[in-house]
Ligand binder design. Structure first.
Ligand code: SF4
Length: 478
């Protein structure tokens, strides 16, 4: 099922969105979490869930509901109404490690000697097999195949020795390696933590007397909260009735930070700010850079929706060539999309995208897309423009070519499946049937992130921390 999706959409997929809230006035938070998750739906569409608790109620009473599908498929108004509690966490998931099943949906809720933990995680650990073995040797029985359960266990175990749950999170962070943004709910506290490299985003918001943690700032806008600040890479924030407390003992020098640059290129919504940098502006910069370094004479610049659109605007601004709309997208093609049979006359790509013939007929078109992963759809999109009468199709990609896999929470596959691996740009251009092709230069990534430390491992193989010796992605249950 997952692989069929690539014939419709050859883009990367993010692993998850996380959300947490603590309302000090005691108001119920389930519906606010729902709307927060709704704003983060683009980060994962396979499953979602909410867990809530009452900070003045009995310790250990957590109400949770989760299931497969989009937020509006999983929750009914009655579900939300019945979830009473003023503290809670939520999650929306796309799986890159652990299969797509209801058991693997989050948040995870764990009962242990000190009470209950609710946890939601975005990212991928790279030392999962070692940690899993270590825990299994000492009697742990796993309910899921996801690395998030390992994090929950590590925190629960550490809590037995540590004076507070936030100290237990810090202790667990000494052992887990890789990419993680976490929201953790204990009976009386909400905790947010970001891995020391800052691969995945996490920010803090405030609405009245409620504090919020969210993967992207656009989720704060949606629920009418103000942005307070980002959680720093390596920082642990603890929200209690007394306010926010910060622990920076796991922070590393900022030169070592390695934010996933794909958050800016593709994953995050353009209305989000990550670590002070506007995603919209980053994409404009990428488009401008493509126009400066890879110009071509043409009549029209178009973006492959959605993430290609802003970069296309940047290209148009820099080149002076008009920006236009060439595609109409059907946004309802979800992860459970049934791919047409080979024998059928429907085309997977056409079901998702259609061309506006009037816009492109007789024109030389520059088409901007954010990436080419396997190359399973680009030829068809170029072909659609030609069939609609485009005289020339020049493809510009707002990221450098993918040459290596990702181990930190996105589904870039192994090298042999990447179209750019062992192929020149000219060869790829021929395969996709374009008149010309150019990719973003790697140097531009630093301009896009305004000099913040970024990860560029999938482009140049220089990973911020050693990748695992065996490729464990996606098959943890073995
Ligand atoms: S390897 Fe690429 S996709 Fe993975 S975290 Fe680094 S920049 Fe992001």
């Amino acid at each position: 099922m997952i692989h069929q999706q690539y014939e419709v959409d050859d883009h990367l997929h993010e692993e998850c969105g996380v959300f947490g809230i603590y309302d000090m006035d005691g108001n119920d938070v389930a519906s606010t979490i729902y709307y927060g998750l709704f704003a983060l739906q683009h980060r994962g569409q396979e499953s979602c869930g909410i867990a809530v608790s009452d900070t003045s109620g009995p310790k250990g009473l957590v109400l949770s509901h989760k299931g497969m599908g989009l937020c509006n498929e999983v929750f009914t108004p009655e579900d939300l109404e019945s979830m009473k509690g003023n503290i809670g966490v939520g999650h929306t998931r796309y799986s890159t490690a652990g299969s797509s099943t209801r058991e693997n949906a989050q948040p995870l809720v764990l009962n242990y000697i000190k009470g209950t933990l609710g946890l939601a995680h975005n990212g991928n650990l790279i030392n999962t097999p070692q940690l899993r073995q270590e825990l299994a040797r000492t009697g742990a029985i796993f309910q899921t195949t996801i690395d998030s359960e390992i994090i929950a266990y590590m925190i629960a175990r550490a809590r037995v020795e540590q004076p507070t749950v936030q100290a237990a999170v810090a202790e667990a962070m000494k052992k887990i390696k890789g990419a993680y943004s976490l929201v953790v709910m204990s009976p009386r506290k909400l905790i947010g933590a970001r891995d020391p490299y800052g691969f995945r985003p996490l920010c803090i918001g405030k609405r009245g007397n409620a504090y919020i943690l969210a993967s992207e700032s656009c989720a704060l806008d949606t629920i009418g909260a103000e942005f307070v600040r980002d959680v720093e890479p390596g920082e642990i924030v603890t929200i209690t009735q007394k306010g926010i407390e910060s622990n920076r003992s796991m922070c590393i020098p900022k030169e070592q930070h390695a934010r996933c640059i794909f958050e800016y290129i593709y994953f995050a919504r353009p209305d989000a700010y990550i670590d002070g940098v506007s995603v919209y502006e980053s994409r404009l910069i990428a488009g401008r850079s493509l126009a400066k370094h890879h110009p071509v004479n043409a009549d029209l610049v178009v973006g492959v929706p959605e993430s290609g659109n802003v970069a296309a605007m940047g290209y148009a601004m820099e080149s002076g060539i008009p920006y236009g709309m060439a595609f109409v997208k059907n946004s309802y093609v979800g992860r459970t999309f049934i791919k047409p049979k080979q024998s059928s006359r429907e085309s997977s790509v056409r079901i998702k995208l259609n061309v506006l013939t009037e816009a492109v007929k007789g024109k030389r078109v520059i088409m901007i897309d954010d990436s080419i992963v396997r190359g399973t759809t680009s030829d068809r999109i170029v072909g659609m423009l030609r069939e609609a009468g485009a005289k020339e199709v020049h493809v510009r990609i707002s990221s450098p070519p993918f040459l290596h896999p990702c181990y930190f929470g996105t589904d870039i596959p192994s090298e042999d499946q990447l179209i750019a691996h062992n192929r020149s740009v000219d060869e790829i251009c021929k395969i996709i049937g374009a008149d010309s092709l150019a990719y973003l230069d790697e140097e531009c990534l630093y301009e896009m992130s305004k000099g913040l430390g970024i990860c560029t491992g999938c482009f140049n193989g220089k990973y911020p921390l050693d990748p695992p010796t065996e490729d464990i992605r996606g098959d943890y249950q073995k």
